[in-house]
Ligand binder design. Structure first.
Ligand SMILES: [Zn+2]
Length: 311
């Protein structure tokens, strides 16, 4: 039997050159016919295209990728030439686009970045630290320039920022300060003593402070040796050795402070009930707080106390 399809296929393969010539000869005619056909069956063709695309998605994308890699140079040259030719038009289009959608794009990008940062927290941290190490000098110069430019504004806002930062990182800051003090104890104490020696203002302030304290003591009643003895004896009876009544750490003998549970400045007295031995750290950090207020704060610094090792 005669198979028409098979015959056509064979004929096409055998006469490839002839077909090419014929197509080149009748270029315009073919174009016209195809255009007419497209205009007539536009929707049908679109549907067909879409269907084909969805069926062969992976194949098409792979083909595109391969083509791009092959023709990288050619494409770059082409796009550069196109840009050079239509520079003004592109700039105008871009400006209009920015005006219309700039804010939307900015916000969307911000959201995406934020999500990414939350998801890949450690990755971003590592990347940032590496970047900072690499561009240390650049960052220094940039910060310098920025500070010079916005000096007035920064000076205005600094106290507010400092306060907020302190409130947020209270525990951390206290811990850092404490560790720094423990490391540089001798140097800091020496510097302080010298500054007191050389600065008359500080000496006057200290004198005023002692006078004030004397006045307060007079108001609070006489502090007798008997009551002090009673306070210490009862403390030792209760804890076994001399112990700070606030942090419950044992106190070295000679390093003890007699503490007022309600401070003298707030109406406390020198009576037995208002007195207790405390370690120097607790006494100094309690200062003008009452016992209740200090205990509330102590809960905040539990972690800090675990690191600190006082005798
Ligand atoms: Zn203590």
């Amino acid at each position: 039997m005669f198979d028409k399809k098979e015959y056509n296929k064979q004929w096409r393969q055998e006469n490839k050159e002839y077909q090419k010539q014929w197509r080149q000869k009748n270029k315009d005619k073919i174009k016209l016919i195809s255009k007419r056909y497209h205009d007539k069956n536009r929707e049908k063709i679109l549907v067909y295209h879409k269907r084909y695309y969805y069926q062969n998605k992976d194949k098409i994308s792979q083909y595109h990728k391969q083509w791009h890699q092959k023709n990288k140079k050619k494409r770059a040259i082409q796009s550069y030439l196109y840009y050079k030719k239509n520079k003004k038009r592109i700039a105008l289009y871009y400006r209009l686009y920015q005006q219309k959608y700039g804010k939307q794009i900015y916000n969307r990008r911000k959201d995406i970045l934020k999500k990414y940062r939350i998801k890949n927290k450690e990755k971003v941290k590592l990347w940032l630290s590496q970047w900072r190490k690499k561009n240390r000098n650049y960052i220094k110069e940039y910060n310098k320039k920025y500070r010079q430019k916005n000096r007035k504004r920064l000076l205005k806002q600094k106290p507010i920022w400092d306060k907020l930062y302190y409130q947020k990182n209270k525990v951390k800051i206290r811990l850092c300060q404490n560790l720094f003090y423990q490391k540089n104890k001798d140097f800091l104490n020496k510097r302080r003593r010298e500054s007191v020696k050389n600065n008359p203002l500080i000496r006057i302030r200290n004198k005023m402070y002692t006078q004030k304290r004397r006045l307060l003591m007079r108001k609070a009643g006489k502090l007798t040796i008997k009551t002090i003895q009673r306070v210490y004896e009862n403390n030792i009876k209760r804890y076994g050795t001399l112990t700070c009544y606030l942090c419950l750490n044992p106190i070295k003998f000679g390093n003890d402070h007699l503490e007022h549970k309600i401070p003298l400045t707030r109406g406390g007295t020198n009576e037995y009930r208002n007195l207790a031995p405390a370690c120097p750290h607790c006494n100094n950090s309690k200062w003008k707080k009452t016992e209740k207020e200090y205990r509330k704060e102590m809960k905040l610094y539990e972690r800090e106390r675990a690191v600190r090792s006082y005798p």
